[in-house]
Write a protein that binds this ligand. Structure first.
Ligand SMILES: Nc1ncnc2c1ncn2[C@@H]1O[C@H](COP(=O)(O)OP(=O)(O)OP(=O)(O)O)[C@@H](O)[C@H]1O
Length: 273
């Protein structure tokens, strides 16, 4: 069977564990002879197919948590398990999207989306044989985000929002277990950003990916998430775990309801504290 980016294998024994399990994670950075404690015994878990957001004041360590998941930052204290086993080194089963999507300028949209399949195992070794299937999977993802007519366009022919949509497809094409999103819509204007929430929701519905989003936008966190975690200023702890029980699929109208405003206020009050 094609390792389709659009279906999930949940048969493995790993499925009985949370996808990510942060237990008593503490972190300090040393710089110029000075040590700053950033995280102070942070614990939470992300279940399969859950969409979790992390919000909190600038510098509280949100990006550091994502970097630990990707393996770029070693765990100093505490335990971080991926499907029941500690993360050692870089995690292949991760897709990442940052604020500034970096697409290769000499590749068109379709070729940019296919890139992880050319470089990440096990897809890399089958890339030539399965090219037709991989292209089909990439086209389906691009259609989900409304880029079906832009497959042959180059990055310089795309708007900022289109580039970010292509970069999200690229992050998902190799069917990662976890999608890490670090302020992916932060550089976009307010209207484009709201379009991106709808698109992200559609992608998630299609791929059932597990996602961890870092954002400063509380509406964005509420619109997209099953759970929002609020962190305190440094040394940071989780000060609120807020389940978002709004029905899915969510609509922009929902963001104007009393229920949404109530959730928004709770987040804001905890961040102000
Ligand atoms: N490699 C590093 N060396 C020293 N200090 C670092 C390093 N990386 C991050 N820091 C510091 O650790 C703290 C947490 O950084 P991090 O980027 O995780 O926070 P954040 O919550 O994502 O911030 P923001 O919301 O502003 O993006 C910041 O004070 C930052 O300056």
């Amino acid at each position: 069977m094609l390792d389709s980016p659009l279906t999930k294998d949940t048969s493995s024994s790993a499925a009985s564990h949370p996808v990510l399990d942060f237990q008593d994670i503490s972190l300090a950075y040393a710089s110029k002879g000075h040590t700053t404690t950033v995280l102070d015994r942070v614990s939470f878990a992300v279940e399969r197919s859950q969409f979790v957001s992390i919000v909190g004041p600038s510098g509280c360590g949100k990006t550091s948590l994502l970097r630990m998941v990707s393996g770029l930052l070693p765990v100093q204290q505490g335990t971080l398990n991926f499907q029941g086993s500690p993360i050692n080194g870089s995690l292949h089963s991760v897709g990442i999207a940052f604020q500034n999507p970096v697409l290769l300028p000499w590749r068109n949209t379709l070729q940019n989306v296919l890139l992880p399949l050319e470089v990440v195992q096990p897809h890399k070794q089958h890339f030539r044989q399965k090219l037709t299937e991989y292209k089909q999977a990439a086209r389906e993802l691009l259609a989900t985000v409304g880029l079906d007519n832009f497959q042959k366009h180059y990055p310089w022919q795309l708007s900022g929002g289109m580039k970010q949509r292509a970069s999200l497809c690229r992050a998902l094409i190799h069917q990662p277990e976890v999608l890490l999103l670090d302020e992916p819509f932060g550089a976009l204007d307010a209207f484009t950003r709201e379009d991106m929430w709808e698109m992200m929701q559609a992608l998630r519905q299609r791929t059932q990916c597990t996602a961890m989003l870092v954002t400063h936008d509380l509406r964005e966190a509420l619109y997209l998430s099953d759970v929002v975690y609020v962190m305190s200023p440094r040394p940071s702890k989780i000060v609120l775990e807020l389940p978002v029980d709004l029905p899915r699929p969510r609509t922009m109208e929902m963001t104007f309801t009393d229920e949404f405003h109530h959730l928004y206020d709770r987040l804001r009050r905890h961040i102000r504290h």
